[in-house]
Ligand binder design. Structure first.
Ligand code: ATP
Length: 491
C-alpha cells in the first residue's frame, strides 16, 4: 500500500511540475510524505506489541503429555538458568539458546512456557513472521526492541532470568541471501545474531532464547553455530503411550464415562499431534453435548477421531445407485485390509465427511516408523481394493478411486525412492521419467492383479457387507469380521 502511494505521488508530481510551476506540487509532495510517515507511524505503534506476553495461566511440565525425551533434554538445559553458580564454578560458558524442532502442534510452545514457569523467568513470546517487513532495517529494529523488552520486563518483575520464545524462527532466520527482499531478511537475522552474541555479559540478568521451527533445514547455519543455539531438542509426534497421556490430560476437565478405552483410541490415532488430540477431546465433548448426554462416551471419542481425520460430517445425499457403489467400494477396501492383516479394520462407513463419500478406518497393531516392501505393497493393495471391487461387482470403475490411485502412486514412488523396487538403489530425481512411470505401473499392476484374484473369489461377500453398510451406514471392525468368518464357514 505504501509503495502504491509513493508511486502515485511521484508520478503525480512529475506531471504537475511539467505543466505548471507553482507551489501546488510542493504542497502535494509534502502531503504525500506526511501520508507515508503516518503509515510508518502506524507500523511503529503496532511495533510496540511485538513480543507479547501470552495471556493465560502458567503451565508446568506435568501438563505436557509424552515428549519425555524432549522434556528431559530441556530440563537439563534449564540447569544453566536454575544453577548459575554451579555452571560458573565448572567454567561452563552460559547457554544462550535452545532450538525446539518438530512438526506443528507437538507442544513446542507449551515446552517454552513450562520452561519459564519452571525457572521462574519472565516470559516474552514472538512469532518470526512479526519481524519481516519490506523496508530494510525495520525487522532489525524490532529485534533490538524485543531484547530490550525482555530486559525491562524482567526488571519490572524483579526477576533474574527471562525467556524469550521465538516461534517460526525459520521465517526470521532462513538462510541468508535467499529471499527476494534479502537485505531486510539478512539485516533482521544479523541483528538477532548480534543480540545473541551480546548475551551472557550481564550477571544481573540471564536471557535464554528458546526458538521453535518445523523446518530446521531452512535455517541459516550461523544460527546453530556453537555459542548461539547450542541445544537442539527434537519434539516429535507422540508415540502410543504419549498419545494416551495427552488424551487423559485433555479429558481431565471433562465429564467422561468410566472405563473409556483410551489405549484403543491412542492406537487408532497414530500420526496425531498433541494439537490433534486436544481437538479430538474437544470434539468428543461437543458431540456428547449435541446428543444431550451429560458424559463423553466411547462412541463420541471414536466419532471425534473420524472428524479430526476426515472433517465434518456432510449433509450430502448421494442417490441410491451411487450409495450402493460407495458401499461396494468401501467393502472392497475393508476385505483386502482384513485378508492381508486380520483385525486391521476398525470401521467401515458410507457417511460423507470432508472430501470422502465413505471410508474405512484401519487400526495399526503398533506404531510404525519404518516400512518393509511387503508393508508398502499391502498399502497399495488396500488402496486398490475399492476400484477392483467396483469393477467386479458393478462391471465398471468410477472417479471415486481417484484419491486412492494418487495415494497408491505416492506409495509406489516411496518404494522406488527407498531402493526397494526392481531398479535397486536409484536417485528418483535422476531417473528418466518414462522409466519411473513404468516401474510405478509395474508395482501397482502387480498388486491390482493379486487384489483381483483375491476379491473375485469373494464377490458374494462383498455384496453382503455392502448391503449391511448400506443399511446401517457404518459397521464396526468386529461386525465385519463376523461376516467374514460366517462366509468362510459357509464356503
Ligand atoms: P506450532 O509448531 O504449530 O507452533 P507447537 O509445537 O508450538 O505448534 P503448541 O502450540 O505447543 O504446538 O500446541 C498446541 C496445542 O496442542 C496446545 O495448546 C495443547 O492444547 C495441545 N498440545 C500439543 N502438544 C501437547 C502435548 N505434548 N501435551 C498436551 N497438549 C499438547
Amino acid at each position: 500500500m505504501r509503495e502504491l502511494f509513493a508511486g502515485l505521488g511521484a508520478a503525480g508530481l512529475i506531471i504537475l511540475l511539467y505543466y505548471q510551476s507553482s507551489l501546488i506540487p510542493l504542497a502535494i509532495l509534502a502531503a504525500f510524505f506526511l501520508l507515508l510517515l503516518r503509515f510508518n507511524g502506524v507500523k511503529t505503534a503496532r511495533f510496540s506489541s511485538v513480543g507479547q506476553v501470552p495471556q493465560g495461566k502458567e503451565i508446568s511440565f506435568n501438563q505436557i503429555g509424552g515428549q519425555e525425551v524432549a522434556k528431559k533434554e530441556l530440563l537439563e538445559a534449564l540447569d544453566f538458568v536454575t544453577k548459575p553458580h554451579k555452571i560458573r564454578h565448572m567454567g561452563i560458558r552460559p547457554l544462550k539458546g535452545v532450538m525446539l524442532v518438530g512438526p506443528p502442534g507437538t507442544g513446542k510452545t507449551l515446552l517454552a512456557r513450562a520452561a519459564a514457569g519452571y525457572t521462574g523467568s519472565s516470559f516474552v513470546s514472538v512469532a518470526g513472521s512479526e519481524f519481516i517487513e519490506v523496508y530494510a532495517g525495520v525487522g532489525a529494529q524490532r529485534v533490538r526492541q524485543l531484547f530490550d523488552k525482555c530486559r525491562s520486563k524482567a526488571a519490572s518483575e524483579q526477576r533474574k532470568n527471562a525467556i524469550l520464545f521465538i516461534d517460526e524462527i525459520d521465517i526470521l532466520a532462513g538462510k541468508r541471501g535467499q529471499h527476494s527482499s534479502h537485505l531486510e531478511y539478512d539485516q533482521t537475522l544479523n541483528q538477532l545474531l548480534v543480540e545473541m552474541d551480546g548475551l551472557g555479559g550481564n550477571d544481573d540478568l540471564h536471557i535464554l532464547v528458546i526458538a521453535a521451527t518445523n523446518r530446521p533445514e531452512a535455517l541459516d547455519p550461523a544460527l546453530l553455530r556453537p555459542g548461539r543455539f547450542d541445544r537442539v531438542v527434537q519434539v516429535d509426534l507422540p508415540d502410543l503411550e504419549g498419545r494416551e497421556q495427552i488424551l487423559k490430560l485433555h479429558l481431565h476437565n471433562k465429564p467422561v464415562k468410566e472405563g473409556l478405552p483410551l489405549q484403543k483410541i491412542a492406537r487408532e490415532t497414530f500420526g496425531f499431534s498433541g494439537a490433534h488430540l486436544e481437538s479430538l477431546a474437544n470434539e468428543a465433548a461437543i458431540l456428547a453435548m449435541r446428543e444431550g448426554r451429560s458424559e463423553i462416551e466411547e462412541k463420541h471419542l471414536f466419532e471425534a477421531v473420524d472428524k479430526v481425520i476426515m472433517g465434518e460430517r456432510l449433509e450430502r445425499k448421494p442417490d441410491p445407485e451411487e450409495l450402493w457403489r460407495i458401499a461396494v467400494h468401501e467393502s472392497g477396501h475393508a476385505l483386502v485390509s482384513e485378508a492381508l492383516k486380520p483385525g486391521s479394520v476398525s470401521k467401515v462407513t458410507i457417511t460423507p465427511r470432508g472430501k470422502a463419500l465413505g471410508y474405512v478406518r484401519q487400526q495399526p497393531e503398533r506404531d510404525y516408523y519404518i516400512y518393509t516392501v511387503d508393508h508398502l505393497e499391502e498399502q497399495i493393495a488396500v488402496l486398490l481394493g475399492g476400484a477392483v471391487s467396483e469393477k467386479l461387482v458393478l462391471g465398471s470403475r468410477s472417479t471415486g478411486s481417484l484419491s486412492d490411485f494418487n495415494q497408491a502412486v505416492e506409495v509406489a514412488k516411496k518404494i522406488v525412492a527407498s531402493g526397494l523396487s526392481s531398479l535397486g538403489v536409484v536417485s528418483i530425481k535422476e531417473l528418466p521419467k518414462g522409466l519411473l512411470h513404468r516401474t510405478i505401473q509395474q508395482l501397482i499392476g502387480a498388486q491390482e492383479q493379486s487384489v483381483t484374484n483375491l476379491l473375485s473369489k469373494k464377490i458374494e461377500l462383498i455384496k453382503e457387507i455392502a448391503h449391511c453398510v448400506l443399511e446401517k451406514e457404518k459397521i464396526s471392525g468386529e461386525t465385519l469380521r463376523r461376516h467374514i468368518s460366517s462366509y468362510s464357514r459357509a464356503c
